[in-house]
Design a binder for this molecule. Structure first.
Ligand code: SF4
Length: 324
């Protein structure tokens, strides 16, 4: 597990706010200079509060939003240069996304069989018989019966619909899957089943995942490495055990302390502060370290300057003046 499948180099996604009553707009940096390497076969989780830029990052990788600058290399090819239908088709065969809400991600007017067949009919020259076989295999693989193929999405529970969405993401044999909050719309009792299914599928199909979630207890269970995101920036990254056992950034520590069942482990740090206040709105991002308005350790320099990255191990890095 060492070859990179995806590399993000200094990715910036910006957008303009709507005009206010004076006719002014503001430029918002939804993703700010993000660099990440994702290794073949790993599950890299991106964690942070809602609104921190996680989903925009996922959309940037899926080419669903414009990237202002930077490079996104999939197997060493910059996907931002892909333009022709043929290139885009090849890209979407390799990369798939599972969205948070299985209610809205499946076409309510199509039977499940047709939803699953469609990508194969559009992207391959396989015979009808072969397509039907693949669809049956995939629906069984996600734990559903082939009789499901004749039903419509509304005839299933939330967990079953997410299984169908997962089957659809697998249908073209992708190498890389982005799972954007895949269990947060589900009942807690169903979440564990879906997480276990994703883990099993990763092994069976040798998949790589970018797993986006605000739920650290889920992330702890599934991920190999974790990137902590705050207001569009990665502020800490490390192996899962590094983030949970020796968190460095005050924001990471506050996030860990906000999960009751994880508190026992983070008491090692003897820093029991919790997150104060709301995430600043994208229109009012603070100068300097973006966490300075909520950080219990804020110093004068934090309000004007940006901290640089400190390396604690080959895999564990953090941006904070406490270590510069
Ligand atoms: Fe807190 Fe300063 Fe570190 Fe930012 S740089 S997290 S404000 S101590």
């Amino acid at each position: 597990m060492c070859e990179d499948i995806l590399k993000l180099k200094n990715i910036n996604v910006v957008y303009s706010t709507k005009k206010n009553i004076l006719g002014d707009t503001k430029v918002v940096h939804a993703v700010n200079n993000v660099s990440l390497d994702i290794k073949k076969g790993e599950i890299l989780a991106v964690a942070g509060e809602s609104g921190c830029g996680k989903s925009t990052l996922a959309k940037a990788i899926m080419k669903l939003v414009d990237v202002k600058s930077g490079e996104i290399l999939l197997e060493n090819k910059n996907i931002l240069d892909l333009k022709t239908n043929k290139e885009l088709k090849e890209f979407y065969q390799k990369v798939q996304i599972i969205f948070q809400n299985p209610y809205s991600s499946l076409n309510p007017k199509m039977k499940i069989g047709q939803i699953l067949k469609e990508p194969l009919e559009i992207n391959t020259n396989l015979s009808k018989k072969d397509i039907e076989q693949i669809v049956e295999d995939k629906i069984k693989k996600v734990g559903l019966d082939k009789n499901c193929l004749n039903l419509y999405p509304h005839e299933f529970s939330g967990g079953q619909r997410q299984r169908i969405a997962i089957a659809r993401s697998l249908i073209l044999n992708p190498k890389f899957i982005i799972a954007d909050e895949p269990v947060s719309a589900l009942d807690v009792s169903i979440q564990a089943q879906i997480i276990n299914l994703l883990k099993q599928l990763k092994e069976d199909y040798n998949l790589t995942f970018l797993f986006i979630s605000h739920d650290l207890s889920v992330i702890k269970y599934i991920s190999d490495r974790i990137a902590i995101m705050y207001l569009g920036e990665i502020v800490e990254i490390g192996k899962t055990e590094e983030i949970f056992n020796t968190p460095k950034h005050p924001y990471t520590k506050a996030l860990l302390n906000s999960v009751p069942e994880l508190n026992i482990e983070t008491t090692k740090t003897k820093e029991k502060f919790h997150l104060k206040g709301e995430l600043p709105s994208p229109e009012n991002i603070p100068q300097g370290c973006k966490f300075n308005t909520r950080c219990p350790y804020v110093m004068e320099e934090c309000k004007t300057n940006n901290p640089i990255e400190t390396e604690f191990s080959k895999t564990h890095k953090c941006k904070c003046f406490l270590y510069n």
